[in-house]
Design a protein around this ligand. Structure first.
Ligand code: 5GP
Ligand code: ZN
Length: 119
C-alpha cells in the first residue's frame, strides 16, 4: 500500500530503529538525523515516516506531510543555528541528480558559504 514501510529501504529502517542514526528531531510524521557523510558543518536529513520514493510523490499523496518535512527542515536549521547565515534545502530526485536513497528526504545544508548554482 502507498506509504507503507519497504523491507529493502534504509530510511524505513532508520524510522523503525532497525538501523541506528544520530537523531536531532522527531515529530509524529517526521524524523531528522545527521547525514553519515556530511557535506557541510550542518548536514541533516529530514524524512517522512511514511515511505514515498521522492519529494514529489510524497507531496502528491500526502501534502500535509510534505509541508511537515519543510517545516521541520526550517526547525532543524534554527536548532543548528544555521538560519542566521542561510541554509539550503535540497531534494535530489532521480539517480541522475544524485539520489541514492529512494525514500523522500530533505537535505538541510548550512554553516558555511554555499555556492550557487550547485554542481
Ligand atoms: P541522496 O544521495 O539520496 O540525495 O541522499 C542520501 C544521503 O543519505 C547521502 O547524503 C548519504 O550520505 C546519506 N546516508 C546514506 N546511508 C546513510 C546511513 O546509513 N545513515 C545516515 N545517517 N545517512 C546515510
Ligand atoms: Zn522507506
Amino acid at each position: 500500500m502507498a506509504g507503507e514501510p519497504q523491507a529493502d529501504c534504509l530510511f524505513c529502517k532508520i524510522v523503525s530503529g532497525d538501523v541506528p542514526a544520530t537523531l536531532v528531531r522527531e515529530t509524529d510524521t517526521t524524523v531528522a538525523f545527521q547525514d553519515i557523510n556530511p557535506q557541510a558543518p550542518t548536514h541533516i536529513l529530514v524524512i517522512p515516516r511514511v515511505h514515498y520514493a521522492d519529494a514529489g510523490s510524497l507531496a502528491a499523496a500526502e501534502p500535509q506531510i510534505a509541508a511537515d518535512v519543510l517545516r521541520e527542515a526550517a526547525e532543524v536549521a534554527a536548532q543548528e543555528k544555521a538560519d542566521a547565515t542561510g541554509y539550503r534545502i535540497v531534494f535530489n530526485t532521480g539517480a541522475g541528480a544524485g539520489q541514492t536513497v529512494f525514500h523522500a528526504h530533505a537535505h538541510v545544508l548550512g554553516g558555511r558559504g554555499l555556492n550557487w548554482p550547485p554542481g
